[in-house]
Design a binder for this molecule. Structure first.
Ligand SMILES: C[S@@+](CC[C@H](N)C(=O)[O-])C[C@H]1O[C@@H](n2cnc3c(N)ncnc32)[C@H](O)[C@@H]1O
Ligand SMILES: [Mg+2]
Length: 288
């Protein structure tokens, strides 16, 4: 009688041991899977960190997509609003140079942004001083950084028309420009460049443009340069300056403008705003 009873207990014990070891095995298996995932994640993050340092495209994805979206979500505020807040708190009202410097400081130390930046800004300044325009056009206003940079160099009575199709960016730029005290020289034209350019003559009383700064989406550089010519907005000696011809890059524009006998081109090697990656600006003088 005792034998079979003991056997059942033994069987039960063995079954329990079996279940426990299966559970342990499962736990070990799942924890090694977890460990493997953690290692892969760390490896991907390290790889990405190296890529960010070495590769401008990876850095832009990190700054413009991943980091910016996370920060916007946490702070419930756009990066452009943060740039404006920094300007309002750190620059001097009515002093355009301090506005430019504050934006450069924010974008160097806190968050990357697509302003022309301090290094290429010097090329922009020199070109504006050289041309000394009465009427200037900027394609791509963003937060108003380059608009303030250009406007501060304009002679009395000269004006800058700056085109921006993103209403949020245009609103930030308006406040930046007003704070810098250059609002009398700058007019923000809200809308897509392809719609605004044909309106320049009649609606905005432009005869010809002395200076054009191309800094909007790169695939619009060529069609908008053609449109500007078709609308008879250039005179002999008008100067176009195109930013970011290397990064993000405007190869089609470079091909078009350098092979066009009506333009004389000069390339100014530089670096992508707030980064070490190589970039350049292309100047094109309209020969008539
Ligand atoms: C690189 S950012 C301009 C930066 C600015 N020039 C600066 O240096 O401070 C480009 C801007 O062009 C605007 N944009 C792009 N394509 C456009 C178009 N076809 N018409 C009007 N705005 C455009 C974008 O919304 C963006 O704000
Ligand atoms: Mg640019």
């Amino acid at each position: 009688m005792a034998g079979p009873g003991l056997g059942r207990t033994e069987q039960h014990r063995k079954r329990s041991e079996g279940t426990a070891s299966a559970l342990l095995r499962k736990m070990l298996e799942s924890s090694s899977v977890l460990l493997f995932i953690v290692f892969v994640l760390i490896f991907v993050l390290l790889l990405f960190a190296v890529l960010i340092r070495k590769n401008a495209a990876a850095a832009l994805i990190w700054h413009e997509i991943i980091r910016e979206k996370i920060t916007n979500f946490i702070m419930n505020q756009s990066k452009e609003q943060r740039i404006l807040d920094f300007v309002l708190q750190n620059a001097v009202r009515g002093d355009p140079r301090s506005v430019v410097d504050a934006i450069d400081k924010y974008c160097t130390q806190k968050e990357w942004a697509m302003n022309v930046g301090s290094e290429k800004g010097i090329i922009l300044d020199k070109t504006v001083e050289e041309v000394n325009p009465s009427v200037a056009l900027e394609l791509g206003t963003y937060c108003g950084y380059s608009a303030v940079r250009i406007a501060r160099l304009l002679k009395p009575g000269a004006r800058l028309l700056t085109v921006e199709f993103n209403p949020e960016f245009a609103a930030v730029a308006k406040q930046t420009i007003e704070f810098a005290g250059v609002q009398d020289k700058v007019k923000i034209l809200e809308g897509p460049s392809e719609e605004i350019i044909p309106q320049l003559k009649k609606k905005y009383e432009v005869d010809t443009l002395d200076f054009v700064f191309l800094d909007h989406w790169k695939d619009r550089y060529t069609p908008d340069t053609i449109l500007i010519q078709e609308c008879n907005l250039l005179r002999k000696g008008s100067v176009l300056l195109a930013d970011n011809v290397i990064i993000p890059g405007a190869p089609e524009f470079l091909k078009y403008i350098r092979n066009n006998p009506r333009f004389q081109c000069t390339n100014y090697p530089s670096h992508l705003e707030y980064m070490k990656a190589e970039d350049a600006m292309e100047k094109a003088v309209f020969l008539g």
